[in-house]
Design a protein around this ligand. Structure first.
Ligand code: OXD
Ligand code: MN
Length: 589
């Protein structure tokens, strides 16, 4: 039974029913009763496996098809009316053609299947910052994941109201999981996403990257707010005051770890605490008080399993101990639990690998897929912020950008002002590691960590950032850049990272509060080495000095790379950024 009288929703669902021709249509109300029936059905069909009820209560295991294990950037399209509006960093497809071609593929695709209509809210129900989506899918896996990752069910439609047309239409079908016919298409001008032939989370949980970043970034530009690939964390001081940081890093730079960091002893003993608001996406808007406020639109964590352990991220691990869906990890048949590389040093003897084959760790072959995932409810997280569900969000003091650089970027620096900060974000880059195929040490530019997620022309995106700064004026957060990944001559990381990153966050927050000094360098403001607290670390102040060193010859090379990158954007690159680049070059001379 339809859960709403909203004619816009009903008409659209009618349209997709007529197109995909399912045997039946089930509206997802979000009730435990309905979810239990769906879980039972997925268990009966073998789509999911129930795990050990004592050790992992309510947890399920799922395996994707072997050809369907990650996001597919080369098959992801922005279908704007005008090709120029997708910009040089996105694949573009003419919307008319995309609708026609995909329409043929969707025609009758759900015959013999059930269609699930999932209403959901990105952001707390009732927040002015939240937005509603409706995803139609033929996958129970999608329904159960959306239940964890979003606020799903009737409440979302009630939030939308009887007349509004402001909801994102997401159509998904697994179809035949044919990678040659896999398409993830976004129609920003129609608030629409069509995804076909995949069952992998990042391609099919349409609330996440597709809506909350690609479509939302476009909405934000038009409506005066921002959708960013950022974690949000709060640092509470011994007096109980909490200040918030939003931070953008490319995929695989430790966002989830930073969001859930454990304060080092030197801060813990004084009573400092860190609280997680989000680990992947932030929606930011100017509040009534003129400051920038942020919500995490998600309701759970879709985290990478390998490498997550009691030491690297105990809070993430604890989050996965109940009500979690594991995808493509190792199945330990002895006690019906899960395992992945880097969980501990005891791979199970009697186990199936991520493909469901009998697996023997002594062969050296990995058991879990490197991109295996946990979908864990945010409420499970021991350090979840008390403000997680606050419809107002949290006020942001600092914005932090970062990447993986062996030599160029110092441990931390602050931009001179907002405009310079936008420049700093726009030149963000990471060097490829041995973990990925291809050459090691190649610089991949990833402005604001949004390269794969910006739903429109990135030159216009930079302009929008500049406009937000004008709107916020002197209440704008301060902007910083960090690099945890500097290496010595043998290629070892110099900075300890993980919880010790808090030492850098403390300087950042002190700068925001006007409590710390800085020295001016050609690239921006840096701490004095003695202002980074290294008490309890096996590290000398000279090493901190090295970590803060700005090598002018490397930066001159960097400036050349930036020229080349900026060249792509043509006349849509704001002049302000060209000016910042010229200023950098002048400072380096
Ligand atoms: C993610 C990503 O899955 O950034 O969050 O790739
Ligand atoms: Mn991400």
């Amino acid at each position: 039974m339809a859960l709403t009288k909203n004619q816009n929703v009903l008409n659209w669902v009618d349209e997709v029913v007529a197109l995909t021709k399912p045997d039946q249509v089930v509206w997802i109300d979000g009730s435990e009763e309905q979810l239990k029936a769906l879980r039972d059905q997925a268990l009966a069909s073998g789509e999911m496996t129930a795990l050990n009820e004592e050790k992992l209560p309510g947890c399920l295991l799922h395996r994707t098809a072997v050809n369907d294990v990650a996001r597919v950037e080369h098959r992801t399209f922005i279908c704007s009316q005008d090709e120029k509006d997708a910009g040089p960093t996105n694949n573009w497809w003419d919307p008319k053609e995309a609708y026609t071609k995909l329409g043929e593929m969707f025609d009758g695709v759900m015959k013999g299947r059930t269609m699930y209509v999932i209403p959901y809210s990105m952001g707390p129900i009732g927040s002015v910052m939240s937005k509603v989506g409706v995803e139609v899918t033929d996958s129970i896996y999608v329904v159960l994941n959306m239940d964890i990752m979003t606020r799903m069910g009737k409440a979302a439609l009630d939030h939308l109201g009887p007349d509004s047309n402001d909801f994102v239409r997401g159509l998904h079908s697994k179809a035949d999981i044919d990678e040659e016919k896999r398409y993830i298409c976004h129609f920003p001008e129609d608030n629409t996403i069509w995804s076909i032939n995949s069952g992998y989370g990042g391609n099919v949980l349409l609330g996440k990257k597709c809506f909350a970043l690609r479509i939302a970034s476009y909405q934000g530009k038009n409506e005066g707010w921002m959708a960013e690939h950022m974690l949000i964390l709060g640092v509470e001081n011994p007096q109980g005051d909490v200040r918030y940081i939003a931070a953008a890093f490319p995929s695989a730079c430790g966002k989830t770890n930073l969001a859930m960091l454990i304060p080092p002893e030197v801060y813990a003993k004084q009573g400092y605490k860190v609280w997680t608001v989000g680990d992947d996406i932030a929606w930011l808007r100017k509040g009534e008080d003129g400051r920038l406020w942020a919500i995490n639109p998600e309701n759970g964590f879709f985290g990478v399993a390998p490498g997550t352990n009691e030491k690297s991220n105990p809070n993430a691990l604890a989050s996965t101990r109940k009500g979690t869906i594991f995808t493509n990890v190792v199945h330990n048949l002895d006690d019906n639990t899960v395992w992945w590389e880097g969980l501990d040093k005891n791979p199970p003897q009697n186990a199936l690998n991520w493909k469901g084959e009998k697996w023997d760790s002594s062969t050296g072959e990995k058991g879990a897929h490197p991109n295996s995932r946990f979908t864990a409810p945010a409420v499970n997280c021991p350090c979840i912020s008390s403000e997680f569900n606050n419809p107002k969000g949290v006020p942001i003091s600092a914005i932090v950008f970062g990447g993986r650089r062996a030599k160029t970027a110092p441990l931390v620096y602050q931009s001179r002002d907002w405009q310079h900060g936008v420049f700093v974000g726009s030149i963000m880059a990471s060097e490829t590691t041995a973990a990925a195929t291809g050459a090691v040490g190649v610089v991949r530019r990833d402005p604001m960590a949004m390269l794969p997620f910006c739903g429109y022309h990135m030159g216009d995106y930079f302009k929008h950032w500049l406009e937000m700064g004008e709107k916020l004026g002197d209440k704008a957060p301060k902007i910083f850049n960090v690099n945890w990944f500097r290496t010595d001559d043998e290629g070892h990381f110099i900075w300890p990272g993980f919880g010790d990153n808090m030492r850098v966050l403390m300087w950042i927050l002190d700068r925001c509060a006007g409590k710390a000094d800085a020295v001016e360098t050609p690239i921006g403001y840096e701490p004095k080495a003695e202002d980074i607290n290294i008490e309890g670390l096996d590290l000398t102040i000279d090493t901190v000095r090295d970590l803060l060193n700005v090598d002018k010859s490397l930066w001159k090379e960097e400036a050349k790379g930036i020229h080349e990158f900026y060249g792509k954007f043509g006349d849509r690159l704001p002049n302000e950024l060209q000016d910042e680049l010229a200023a950098l070059e002048k400072n380096l001379d």
